[in-house]
Design a protein around this ligand. Structure first.
Ligand code: PLP
Length: 408
């Protein structure tokens, strides 16, 4: 049997998520129903005449209800792929992304898995940013046949969770990795690595012929970053050994559709991904395909709603940090839906704290499940305002009740 560590963050969320009042564990922008999706889009779409809105709604509902449930387009419908390509061509690359560059998967989690399954061979060394979503280090560890082959590229709170590129070069020199795995915007920190940083990373890897995979599942939730600093997708920096993964879950509030994708300009990899995918996917759900196409064709409307949600919740979080008199500190996130809050108490057992809080109705995730970052808690701020405001007040109450308050 394949040996693999338990997936800490998913197990923690699974254990508590269904009995929670204040959900700050959630990392999706507040999810919506199909009915809300249709209303959101038609109520905000100036291109659709008021008198035609009902007819448009009926068209979508009919498509869902009346489509014969075959396997559908094995590789994903051309309409879906075209809508996804638009998300990448917003970067205005010299050569646009086309449907040929896209592989449709079951969520970004499926895209990440398929990428590692295709790229990582036994004994390959892989550098993986840390902290990040555990899948990104654990799965390549399985395919390379030892977790010792996974080299963490550590980010530091005191450096604003930005990468130390000298350190990256040292790691490359020492380990000769096949692949660098990053996550931008990052889960759990919510920090976006800006355009100039990504440009440098690409140049470092290109010089050494190293693949770069960037989990971009929180793209394009760049709600707090200047236009000039916004990074492009990793596939739009002119280097062909780059891979982006993404999905409809986080920025577009549709995790229940389980639609994700891999984008790469590398034709050999595309062929390999599809040939591996035949063994574990066949096709994604036709219904998901129809609804995701509709949503992504109107993605700007969904994104506008989610920017507002994130920015309002961030304002509350910022007040909370400022008023905590140094008990809590953070690197204010500039993208995504998560932040990694530091509790400034010596040796604070954040796993126990988060477990106790969860037993009492408030969910946030302990730093221990992100490469053992004890002393931090991850807060998802894309959920409803009530969850966040009540959740942080509970967090504050529980932290102030801890037996020791000795600062670290
Ligand atoms: C960084 C990252 N990648 C991938 C995923 C998986 O997302 P999904 O499969 O819903 O697209 C998550 C979910 O939390 C995530 O945080």
């Amino acid at each position: 049997m394949v040996k693999q560590d338990d997936f800490g963050v998913e197990q923690f969320m699974d254990k508590y998520e269904t009995n929670i009042t204040n959900n700050m564990g959630e990392t999706c922008s507040e999810s919506i129903s199909i009915s809300q999706l249709i209303d959101l889009i038609y109520d905000n779409n100036d291109a659709v005449d008021v008198t035609h809105k009902d007819a448009q709604r009926t068209k979508i509902i009919d498509a869902v209800l009346n489509s014969k449930l075959t396997y559908g387009h094995i590789r994903g419908s051309p309409e879906l792929k075209s809508a996804i390509s638009v998300l990448y061509n917003q970067d205005s690359p010299l050569v646009p992304i086309t449907e040929e560059n896209i592989v449709i998967t079951n969520g970004a989690i499926g895209g990440n898995f398929l990428t590692f399954y295709s790229i990582v061979n036994p004994n390959d060394k892989i550098i993986v940013v840390s902290p990040t979503y555990q899948q990104l280090s654990s799965v390549p560890g399985v395919f390379s046949q030892s977790q010792d082959n996974i080299i963490p590229f550590k980010l530091d709170f005191d450096q604003g969770f930005l990468p130390d590129l000298d350190l990256l070069q040292q790691l490359i020199k020492k380990h000769f990795p096949k692949l660098l795995v990053i996550n931008n915007p990052n889960n759990p920190t919510g920090v976006v690595w800006k355009d100039e940083i990504i440009r440098e990373i690409v140049s470092i890897c290109q010089e050494k012929d190293i693949w770069i995979m960037c989990d971009e599942v929180y793209r394009p939730l760049y709600h707090s970053i200047e236009e000039k600093d916004k990074p492009k997708s990793i596939v739009n920096y002119g280097y062909n050994k780059t891979i982006s993964t993404g999905s409809a879950s986080k920025a577009f509030s549709l995790a229940g559709l389980r639609i994700g994708w891999i984008v790469t300009r590398n034709n050999a990899l595309i062929n390999d991904l599809f040939s591996k995918r035949d063994y574990n996917t066949i096709s994604i759900s036709m219904i998901d395909d129809i609804l995701a196409t509709f949503a992504l064709q109107n993605y700007k409307i969904i994104l506008r709603r989610n920017f507002e949600l994130c920015l309002n919740n961030l304002e509350e979080l910022e007040k909370f940090i400022i008023n905590s008199d140094g008990l809590f500190s953070w690197v204010k996130p500039n993208g995504g839906t998560t932040c990694f809050i530091k509790i400034n108490i010596k040796n604070v057992d954040t796993f126990k704290l988060c477990s106790d809080l969860a037993e009492h109705g408030t969910l946030c995730v302990p730093g221990e499940v992100f490469d053992n970052n004890q002393g931090f808690v991850r807060i998802g701020f894309g959920n409803s305002g009530t969850d966040i405001v009540n959740g942080i007040s509970q967090l504050d109450k529980w932290v102030r009740k801890l037996p020791t308050q000795e600062p670290n």
